[in-house]
Design a binder for this molecule. Structure first.
Ligand code: SF4
Ligand code: SF4
Length: 393
C-alpha cells in the first residue's frame, strides 16, 4: 500500500479527535525509509491526545514541512499571534485548510498583552478586549473558528498568572467557543509560575521551557510533577536547550536525540514542541519516538554538553538582574540574542528586544565605565551585551 493511500485509509488521521489510552502507540507499517512509530500521550485533564514529539512552528516557513509532519502523524502544532508578524499563523491556516481535517489536529496559539518589562507586570493597555481582538485576528489567519489551546504568552510571575483581564479574556474565549482549553507559556521562573498556576485553578495547560541545562531543572521537575498530578497538561518548549550553536551543524545528531529523550522520559510531560525548520530536523526528532529510553550514552552525551555549556547557555533565570545597578533587562537581551544567533530569526529577535522597556535597553549602559553585572552560570555578560549592541542598538 502506498504511503498516501495508507494514511487516507486508516484512522491515524483521527488521533486528535479519538481518545486513545494514555501512552498509546499508533504503529505505522513498514514503509521503508518512511516507516516510523508515533507515541501519543494525554494532555492533562483536557483529554487531548498529542504526539509526544509535537511541532513548534515558530520559525518554520515551508508549508511542505508541515504537510510532511501531518503525514507522519504529528498532530499538535504550536504557533503564536506574534510569530513572523502573523505570517506563521497564516501559513498554518493555509496548510490546515487544504489538508481539510481540522478536527484531527490540535492547534495552539498564544496572545501577548503589553507589559512593563521593568516591573514584569502588565500595563494599562493589557485589557480583556485587546486580548480578544488579537485572538479574533489569529483565528482569521488560522482559518478556523477555534483553537484547541489558547495561551497567555510569556508569563513571568504570580501577578501575571492572576491578572484579571487575561483570566476574563481566556474565560470569554472558552465561553464563545473560540478556545477549547486555555493555558499560559513561561520562559523564566518557570517553577514558581507553574505553582501559581496550580493555585490559580483556571488554566488547563502550561507551556514551559524545560531541558537538561536549566539551572532550576530540579525545582522545575518537581513543579511539573505537581501540575500533572493536579490535571494540568504540560507541554515543553526549548527541549534541546537551544543556544547559539543549535542546528548550525556544530553538534552531532546524537546531542539532539539525547536532549529530547531527557525531556520525554519525564512521565509528567505530555509532549515537547521542538522547532523544526528543515526536513532533517523533522526526521531526527521524529525518530526519537522509536526509542525514548535514556541510555548510558545519552547520559554521557548530556554530561559532556552540560560541562561545555558553562558560560554559553542562558536559562533566563534572572539572577543577573539585581547585579546591574540600572536593572538592564539582561535576560531579555540574552533571549533576543538567542533568537538572532541561535534560531536565525532576526525579526523575532528585534521584536523581543523592542518589547523591552526603554530604560532597560542597552542605552542604560552608556554611563557605566565597567559592567558590574554577573552571571552565576558563567555567561560573559559584558561580551554578550557588546554583541547585542552591534545587532540591536
Ligand atoms: S545571563 Fe546568567 S544570570 Fe542572567 S538570565 Fe542568563 S543565565 Fe541567568
Ligand atoms: S554596563 Fe552592565 S552594570 Fe552597567 S548598566 Fe549595563 S548591564 Fe548594568
Amino acid at each position: 500500500m502506498k504511503r498516501r493511500s495508507f494514511l487516507k485509509n486508516t484512522s491515524l488521521g483521527m488521533v486528535g479527535g479519538v481518545l486513545l489510552p494514555s501512552g498509546a502507540f499508533a504503529k505505522f507499517p513498514d514503509l521503508g525509509k518512511e516507516s516510523s512509530s508515533v507515541v501519543y500521550r494525554t494532555l492533562g485533564n483536557t483529554g487531548l491526545k498529542v504526539s509526544v514529539v509535537s511541532y513548534g512552528v515558530m520559525d518554520a516557513k515551508n508549508p511542505s514541512l508541515i504537510n510532511r509532519a501531518l503525514e507522519l502523524g504529528i498532530n499538535h502544532y504550536d504557533t503564536a499571534h506574534g510569530y513572523q508578524r502573523g505570517n506563521n499563523e497564516k501559513m498554518l491556516g493555509e496548510v490546515f485548510q487544504s489538508w481539510g481535517k481540522r478536527k484531527d489536529v490540535v492547534i495552539a496559539t498564544k496572545v501577548a498583552l503589553p507589559r512593563d518589562s521593568k516591573t514584569k507586570t502588565y500595563n494599562s493597555g493589557a485589557t480583556k478586549e485587546a486580548f480578544l481582538e488579537k485572538l479574533d485576528q489569529s483565528l482569521k489567519r488560522l482559518k478556523t473558528d477555534y483553537v484547541d489551546i489558547l495561551y497567555s504568552h510569556s508569563v513571568y510571575n504570580e501577578s501575571m498568572v492572576n491578572y484579571e483581564e487575561v483570566l476574563e479574556a481566556l474565560a470569554a474565549a472558552k465561553k464563545q467557543g473560540k478556545a477549547r482549553f486555555v493555558g499560559l507559556s513561561t520562559h523564566s521562573n518557570e517553577h514558581k509560575v507553574i505553582r501559581s498556576v496550580i493555585k490559580n485553578g483556571h488554566y488547563d495547560v502550561v507551556l514551559t521551557s524545560y531541558n537538561f541545562l536549566k539551572s532550576n531543572r530540579k525545582e522545575l521537575k518537581e513543579a511539573i510533577k505537581e501540575a500533572d498530578q493536579a490535571g494540568i497538561g504540560i507541554v515543553v518548549m526549548k527541549p534541546m536547550a537551544t543556544n547559539h550553536d543549535d542546528y548550525s551543524g556544530k553538534r552531532d545528531k546524537k546531542y539532539f536525540e539525547s536532549a529530547l529523550k531527557w525531556v520525554l522520559s519525564d512521565p509528567h510531560v505530555a509532549c515537547a514542541i521542538p522547532g523544526m525548520t528543515a526536513f532533517n530536523h523533522l526526521e531526527q526528532n521524529f525518530s526519537v519516538m522509536k526509542n525514548m529510553k535514556v541510555e548510558s550514552r545519552d547520559i554521557h552525551q548530556l554530561a559532556k554538553e552540560r560541562s561545555n555549556s558553562w558560560g554559553h547557555y542562558c536559562s533566563f533565570c534572572q539572577q543577573c538582574l539585581p547585579t546591574c545597578p540600572q536593572r538592564v533587562d539582561i535576560p531579555e537581551i540574552m533571549r533576543s540574542l538567542m533568537y538572532h544567533n541561535g534560531y536565525g530569526n532576526p525579526s523575532l529577535a528585534s521584536e523581543t528586544y523592542a518589547a523591552i522597556d526603554g530604560e532597560q535597553k542597552l542605552g542604560a549602559c552608556e554611563n557605566c565605565l565597567t559592567c558590574a553585572a554577573s552571571c552565576p552560570n558563567g555567561n560573559d555578560i559584558p561580551k554578550a551585551l557588546q554583541t547585542a549592541r552591534k545587532i540591536f542598538a
